[in-house]
Design a protein around this ligand. Sequence first.
Ligand code: ZN
Length: 195
Amino acid sequence: MSIRKVVKYGEKSLREPSKEVHKVSQKIKNLVQDLLDTMYKENGVGLAAPQIGENLRIFVIDVSTDKEPLNPRVFINPKIIKKSGACISHEGCLSFPEAFTDVRRYANVMIKALDTNGRSFILEAKDGSLLARAIQHEFDHLDGILFIDHSINRFEADEELKNKNLPPIQVEKLLDEPELAEAVNKLKEEELKKN
Ligand code: ZN
């Protein structure tokens, strides 16, 4: 298949909600292959269809390390059916070249989706693992939500975007997450006590 151009922060399709896939047709399978090819080429952990300009509810993830065999995971029409706990996640995104910031995430998620053969599966990811965090990050892309919208410190995040020549934070898009914010503050306090 082919390597596609990754849409960068500031372009419209990243903020648009994506549509459900009606049938896992050959066309959809080709799109999934393009997502995987592009993710591997860009050394990403995940990539969502809107990031290659296709507003469809599909994303791919591979959290394997350099020493492990490839482990591509495909999520079509995903639904997060359970989430709990909280963690601090230092994240970047292929649509934000070289920019990283701390965001709030749930520690545990359970997701239901279709695979590339159109079969339904359920996957659980726990303990703030890379997989748990990647699922939330990629899932958000399907609703036009970006990792910076979950920033723990929006001023820090804004500074980072500025340093990387990216457009500023969109304040109106910042998410109100009182429960997660409280849990993350507790985590930070505990960390301070340890040091
Ligand atoms: Zn992303």
